[in-house]
Design a protein around this ligand. Sequence first.
Ligand SMILES: NC(=O)c1ccc[n+]([C@@H]2O[C@H](COP(=O)([O-])OP(=O)(O)OC[C@H]3O[C@@H](n4cnc5c(N)ncnc54)[C@H](OP(=O)(O)O)[C@@H]3O)[C@@H](O)[C@H]2O)c1
Length: 112
Amino acid sequence: MADEPLAGQWAPVTGGSKGIGLGVAGTLARAGASVAIVARGLPALEQARADVTALVRPGSEAIVRAVDIADPPARRSLFEWVRESLPALNIVVVNAGAGALVPFLEVTLDEW
Ligand SMILES: NC(=O)c1ccc[n+]([C@@H]2O[C@H](COP(=O)([O-])OP(=O)(O)OC[C@H]3O[C@@H](n4cnc5c(N)ncnc54)[C@H](OP(=O)(O)O)[C@@H]3O)[C@@H](O)[C@H]2O)c1
């Protein structure tokens, strides 16, 4: 449908429980996508699930997953969960992160 250009598509959004990520998740939901919201804190995730569920179009859904994406094993488990639990993977929003105000070539692996 014209007002649901993302109908049938799935979009994980890291850092999707607050701020910019929550706004992106809501925008994707309004456009017809199903969203998988990823962050660490469960209370904010549950609130985000409620907020975004109010925006999803019929046939789409909002689900959440508590993961610390700074933790490599947890990140790998997120990839497994996406592979096993999402019916499709069409859009990925990598929003959770932190900025380092140094020249790019001076960013350490840990900061990256
Ligand atoms: N706002 C700005 O003006 C601005 C400017 C430049 C760049 N950015 C970048 O844009 C992104 C979002 O900014 P924002 O202002 O919307 O931030 P925010 O309101 O603090 O939201 C951050 C989101 O990321 C999640 N998060 C943080 N660390 C995480 C981790 N290790 N694993 C999983 N989820 C994590 C937070 O939930 P939990 O804490 O519960 O995990 C929350 O959902 C950040 O990468 C930020 O550096 C923002």
